[in-house]
Design a protein around this ligand. Structure first.
Ligand code: SF4
Length: 340
C-alpha cells in the first residue's frame, strides 16, 4: 500500500494523473490529508466516490497512535507515540508565551552518542519518514485539541543524519495548503554534521538553526559529543558562518551546563571568544540529570556567572526555562522506560 501522506503536492499530482483523473484533485486531497487531517478517504466529501474507491484500493492514511502521555503541572505533555511498525518515539508539547510548541523526533534512536543524552542508549533503529515527523504534530494537535504554531526538531535523533526526510517534512508542514507553519517558526537542532549544514544553508529555508555546542574546545567537546571526532569545532563554526551568510538568520547555540565539566567562568569567556562577530544567541540548558549517567546539573551560582560573563562580552544569552521538571522530560527517558 502507498503511504499517501508521504507524497508532496507535486508527487500527488503525478499520481492522480496516472490514475487518469484531473490534476486539480491532488490539491483537494492534499488539503484533506494535511490541513483537515482526515483519517478516512470517505471523509473527503468533495472527491467523487469513484476516485475515493481507487485511492482506498491503493493507498493508506498512516497515523501515529498515542501510547502514553505524561502531564506536567506547567502544561508540558510528553507523548510516547507508536509508528506503524510498532516502534515507539517521543514528542513533547510545550506552552510558551509565543505559542504552542512541539518538539519532534526525527529517528528511532540515535547514532550520535552524546554523553548527556538518554536517546542514544538503546542505539539507532531507523530514520523517520517525513510523514511520521509531520504525523507527530497531527497526533498531538488532535489529542490536545489545540493548534501548534512552533516546531522544534530537537527530539530523539539527529535531524541532519536524516537529511532528506527532515527537509521534506519542513517543506510539507510549511505548505499553506497543509499545516501552514511558517519556516521562521521552525527550528532544527544539530550536533554538528558539517556537510549537511552547508547543504541546508543552500536550501534557503528560513528555519532557525540550533547548534548543540556544549563545549568550546575539541578536547572537551569530544568527551561529551563523539561527533567532534569527525567534524572539529572550528570546521563547525565555519559552517555556521556560511549558514548565516546564506540565510541571514541568527544561529542559536545550545549549551548544556554540566556541573564541573563545562560550566566555569573560563568556559564562558572561551565561548564568547568563539562566537565573536557572529549573529548568534546562546541558550543555556541546565542539563537534566540522567540516572544512568554520571553528569549532574550546574549549581545556580555557576549558571548565573556563566550567563553574566557571556552577556558582559556582548553575547545575547538566555537560560532555557525548565519545563516538565516533574515528568521524564529529558529526551529519550520515557521511551527508554517503555522499552524496558
Ligand atoms: S543529543 Fe541529539 S544528537 Fe545527541 S545523542 Fe541525543 S538525540 Fe542524538
Amino acid at each position: 500500500m502507498i503511504n499517501i501522506n508521504e507524497y508532496t503536492l507535486k508527487e500527488l499530482e503525478e499520481y492522480i494523473e496516472n490514475l487518469e483523473e484531473k490534476k486539480f484533485h491532488a490539491k483537494q486531497i492534499f488539503k484533506w490529508l494535511h490541513k483537515e487531517q482526515v483519517e478516512s478517504f470517505d471523509d473527503m466529501t468533495d472527491i467523487s466516490k469513484s476516485l475515493r474507491e481507487k485511492l482506498k484500493k491503493q493507498c493508506e492514511i498512516v497515523k501515529l497512535q498515542v501510547i502514553e502521555v505524561q502531564k506536567s503541572k506547567d502544561g508540558t505533555h510528553k507523548f510516547l507515540l507508536s509508528l506503524s511498525d510498532s516502534n515507539a518515539i517521543e514528542s513533547v508539547f510545550m506552552k510558551y508565551n509565543h505559542g504552542n510548541t512541539i518538539c519532534v523526533s526525527t529517528q528511532v534512536g540515535c547514532k550520535m552518542g552524546c554523553k548527556f543524552c538518554a536517546s542514544t542508549k538503546e542505539g539507532y533503529k531507523r530514520n523517520l519518514l517525513a510523514s511520521e515527523i509531520e504525523g507527530q504534530i497531527v497526533a498531538i494537535e488532535k489529542y490536545m485539541k489545540e493548534k501548534i504554531s512552533n516546531v522544534v526538531y530537537m527530539g530523539i535523533g539527529e535531524p541532519l543524519d536524516n537529511y532528506d526526510n527532515v527537509v521534506k517534512s519542513i517543506r510539507q508542514i510549511n505548505n499553506p495548503m497543509g499545516l501552514g507553519i511558517g519556516a521562521r517558526h521552525i527550528s532544527l537542532s544539530t550536533s554538528g554534521i558539517v556537510p549537511n549544514i552547508y547543504k541546508l544553508a543552500d536550501e534557503k529555508i528560513q528555519a532557525t538553526l540550533s547548534i548543540s555546542l556544549h563545549a568550546t574546545t575539541d578536547k572537551k567537546r569530544k568527551e561529551i559529543m563523539p561527533i567532534t571526532n569527525k567534524y572539529g569545532t572550528k570546521e563547525l563554526l565555519e559552517a555556521c558562518r556560511y549558514y548565516i551568510m546564506q540565510t541571514g538568520r541568527r544561529i542559536s547555540f545550545e549549551y548544556a551546563l554540566i556541573h564541573g565539566v563545562n560550566d566555569s567562568k573560563n568556559d564562558a569567556i572561551e565561548l564568547a571568544k568563539l562566537l565573536r562577530g557572529m549573529i548568534a544567541h546562546v541558550n543555556l540548558i541546565p542539563v537534566n540529570e540522567i540516572k544512568e549517567k554520571e553528569y549532574t546539573k550546574s549549581k545556580e551560582e555557576s549558571i548565573k556567572q556563566f550567563m553574566t560573563t557571556l552577556n558582559s562580552m556582548g553575547i545575547i544569552t538566555t537560560v532555557r526555562r525548565e519545563l516538565g521538571k516533574d515528568i521524564d522530560a529529558a529526551c529519550g527517558q520515557l521511551r527508554q522506560r517503555y522499552l524496558k
